[in-house]
Design a protein around this ligand. Structure first.
Ligand code: NAD
Ligand code: IPM
Ligand code: MN
Length: 354
């Protein structure tokens, strides 16, 4: 298999290096994995004047899967929007047709005390957020900042979904629910926004093809509250791009840290890009303290979703479980009595456990 490796900015290169160590173990054990690195984000802008250089996109297209670190840094925040690092990420998602973003929030039992919530609220937590990734207010036209006749500025974005876009993400969510606890909660703001009123109508239609799955609906404001009140009520949560972005960061804290939340972004044929749900964490970049587990677990997801290799998924997941059970913790999940390890130390520990 050929992998495009896109480390990106901030902690991106540090965490991706740990995931590559894991891939090297698999290679050593006989798996044929070819890896090629390419710039994206701020690094892409620095070397090619483009946050998604053409050669990087071509490599991603030609590869069987993409591994991405993170993009973005404060120093690029004043650039024109089109060349900012985040635009590179949005373009590669859209360009590859990666409409389904799976963000599993799963609590490893020993991390119950690392969560900011009480252990009994989070213990046993296992929920899957299915976030639509190529539509919504992220891509809707018109958009922009314009100056009105009055001389006042106006900022404009458009929340927009077509029926077919909603239907295909709905199917992904229901298919996943069929392999889990057969519950889908669709999160919207149908009481206020027409776009999500249509979303709800389509979800009800999709549900007719899945009589075994129980569909419920929740407004996003209530969902944000319920996630910290009683998160175990959820099995699969399906929602649009912007609500999914926000709710998945919130859900990550249930697992102890945003550094624990992996993700898979899939197209219609399960070709995918795998990246942690968090960003480039400029505040801790270059210090070898970031948690690489979200990235390592994203590699595990790559085997499960793109290569249909459950055994390798389990092998990586079990190695992570072992390391956590052994009390090794990066700073973000460290609690009294545990052993603090660096980013590279965590990568080495996972490799040893494999
Ligand atoms: P962030 O996720 O980068 O960081 C938020 C907080 O979480 C920070 O305190 C950071 O130190 C911490 N954190 C994040 N990942 C961690 C890890 N693996 N281990 C330990 N701590 C971790 O979000 P932000 O600060 O809002 O954004 C920073 C930059 O990242 C921005 O430029 C933003 O646009 C970009 N961003 C990129 C992605 C992506 O590439 N997928 C996602 C989110 C944000
Ligand atoms: C994420 C990030 C991105 C998003 C940004 C960096 C474009 O926050 O992957 O969650 O909003 O999708
Ligand atoms: Mn986000």
């Amino acid at each position: 298999m050929k992998l495009a490796v896109l480390p990106g900015d901030g902690i991106g290169p540090e965490i991706v290096a740990q995931a590559v160590k894991v891939l090297d173990v698999l290679r050593r054990d006989g798996m044929k994995i070819e890896m090629e690195e390419a710039p994206i984000g701020g690094v892409g802008y620095d070397v090619a004047g483009d946050p998604l250089p053409e050669a990087t996109f071509k490599l991603a297209q030609e590869s069987d899967a993409v591994l991405l670190g993170a993009v973005g840094d404060w120093k690029y925040d004043t650039l024109p929007r089109d060349v900012r690092p985040e635009r590179g990420l949005l373009r590669i998602r859209k360009g590859l047709g990666l409409f389904a973003n799976l963000r599993p929030a799963l609590l490893y039992p020993e991390l119950a005390s690392a969560s900011t919530l009480r252990p009994e609220i989070v213990s046993g937590l296992d929920l899957m957020i299915v976030r639509e990734l190529t539509g919504d207010i992220y891509f809707g036209q018109p958009r922009g900042i314009t100056t009105l006749e009055s001389g006042e500025r106006e900022g404009l974005n458009t929340m927009r979904y077509t029926e077919s876009e909603v239907r295909r993400i709905g199917r992904v969510a229901f298919d996943i629910a069929m392999k889990r606890n057969k519950k889908v909660c669709s999160v919207d703001k149908a009481n206020v926004l027409e776009c999500t009123e249509m979303w709800r109508q389509v979800m009800i239609e999709v549900a007719k093809d899945y009589p075994e799955v129980e569909l419920s609906h929740m407004y996003v404001d209530n969902a944000a509250m319920q996630l910290v009140r009683a998160p175990k009520q959820f099995d699969v949560v399906v929602t649009g791009n912007i609500f999914g972005d926000i709710l998945s960061d919130e859900a990550s804290m249930l697992t102890g840290s945003i550094g624990m939340l992996p993700s898979a972004s899939l197209d219609a044929n399960n070709k995918g890009m795998y990246e942690p749900s968090h960003g480039s964490a400029p505040d801790i970049a270059g210090k070898d303290v970031a948690n690489p587990l979200a990235t390592i677990l994203s590699v595990a997801m790559m085997f499960k979703y793109s290569f249909n290799d459950e055994a390798t998924y389990q092998r990586i997941d079990n190695a992570v479980k072992k390391v956590i059970a052994a009390g090794k913790r990066t700073a973000d999940i460290w609690t009294e009595g545990c052993t603090k390890v660096s980013c590279s130390g965590m990568g080495d520990a996972v490799v040893a456990a494999m």
